[in-house]
Design a protein around this ligand. Structure first.
Ligand code: PLP
Length: 375
């Protein structure tokens, strides 16, 4: 079935007691057991399984064309579960501009724990190949990347990883399952911060790992980290997320259309040094993005303002409709000066503003940007 249909139907059942069409929220942490100690309903304890989480996982797996999904309390909890499923002595290849908190963990906690990692420019597949070691177990990709919007060729990265006997995880948060399906391009696992497009309304925190093969050893580790490690989302957050997903395809495509218009406008402005948007022909990863994405290039536009941090912040300060706030993927447009929140050694230029385009009318968004530039 098409993604619009899956977004509405996958994981949903009519509830049996009252025939409720909208899924109820199951807050119970415990389930009655049979006289023999067995499970009467299939459920036992909420950290292991919950009907709302199970419905959400079925839907997420369907949206990505996967066999199974594991939902977490945040994108970072999902990332940590993947890395914790590796063994000390294993080697990870990650992008130089991987989401900065993942980089912090790879360089800090996981190095102490004995995991080796190499950071490469993944836009250059030769660098991935050269980084392969006999103990390489995971190639971590993030495309488009946050906030530099670099594009990694997922198929090329997967073919290098598979030759080396390694697994590929793709952080596809910025694309959402609407614009990109990494499992179909060779990745074994997909990561989403569901806080972003899947949640879509800036009111929930969540994460997920979707697996092509439910029996994949790394996914088995992820499931164990979820159920025994315990970074699970609440029943309410699962319900809210599943509710939001119903409109996902329409939201994401409209956000991408707004982003393209804003990117095209900004590219022509004299105060702008560079616009990073994979949908622009000027973007170095445009051809690969066009090959592996569909229906749009995402709702994020990163803009480098001529000058430095001062000039970028002054421009952002003049925006009235577009809110100065972090995160992305919500229905409200945001602008974020990433360098202010990332560590000093991050690769993000200090004159970069990251726009997350929402669902406002594009004419109002353009008017806000135009007025702020001329203020
Ligand atoms: N991956 C990417 C690409 C992100 O942008 C983020 C958050 O901004 C994360 C992972 C982490 O997700 P969360 O904030 O839900 O823990």
């Amino acid at each position: 079935m098409k993604i619009e249909t899956q977004a509405v139907h996958a994981g949903r059942k009519i509830e049996s007691q009252f025939r409720a069409v909208a899924t109820p929220i199951y807050l119970s942490t415990v389930y009655e057991r049979g006289e023999d100690g067995g499970r009467l309903s299939g459920y036992l304890y909420a950290r292991d399984e919950n009907p709302n989480r199970q419905a959400l996982e079925e839907c997420l797996a369907a949206l990505e064309g996967g066999a199974a999904a594991a939902a977490f309390s945040s994108g970072q909890a999902a990332s940590m579960a993947v890395l914790q499923s590796l063994k000390p002595g294993d080697h990870v290849i990650a992008p130089q501009d991987v989401f900065y908190e993942t980089a912090l963990f790879l360089r800090g906690t996981f190095t102490i724990w004995g995991l080796e990692s190499s950071f490469v420019d993944m836009t250059d597949t030769a660098q991935i190949r050269n980084a392969v070691r006999p103990n390489t177990k995971l190639v971590w990709t993030e495309t488009p990347s946050n906030p530099l919007l670099r594009i990694t060729d997922i198929e090329a990265a997967a073919s290098i990883a598979h030759e080396a006997g390694a697994t590929v995880v793709c952080d596809s948060t910025l694309a959402s399952p609407v614009l990109q399906n990494p499992l179909a391009l060779g990745a074994e696992l997909v990561l989403h911060s569901t806080t972003k497009y899947l949640g879509g309304h800036s009111d929930l925190t969540g994460g997920a790992i979707v697996a092509r093969d439910a029996e994949h050893p790394l996914f088995a580790g992820v499931r164990k980290m979820q159920q025994n490690g315990g970074g699970v989302p609440s029943a309410f957050d699962c319900w809210l997320l599943l509710r939001s997903i119903q409109t996902l395809p329409y939201r994401v495509r409209a956000q991408a259309a707004n982003a393209l218009r804003i990117a095209e406008f900004l590219e022509k402005q004299p105060a702008v040094e560079r616009v990073r948007y994979p949908g622009l022909k000027s973007h170095p990863g445009h051809a690969i993005a066009a090959k592996q994405m569909k229906g749009g290039f995402g709702g994020l536009v990163s803009v480098q303002i001529k000058g430095g941090a001062k000039e970028a912040l002054a421009f952002a300060a003049q925006l009235k409709l577009i809110t100065r706030a972090t995160s992305l993927g919500g229905v409200h447009s945001n602008v974020d000066h990433r360098k202010s929140v990332e560590p000093p050694d991050s690769k993000t230029p200090e004159n970069l503003l990251r726009f997350s385009m929402g669902l406002e009318h594009v004419d109002d968004l353009l008017a806000d940007v135009e007025r702020a530039l001329s203020a």
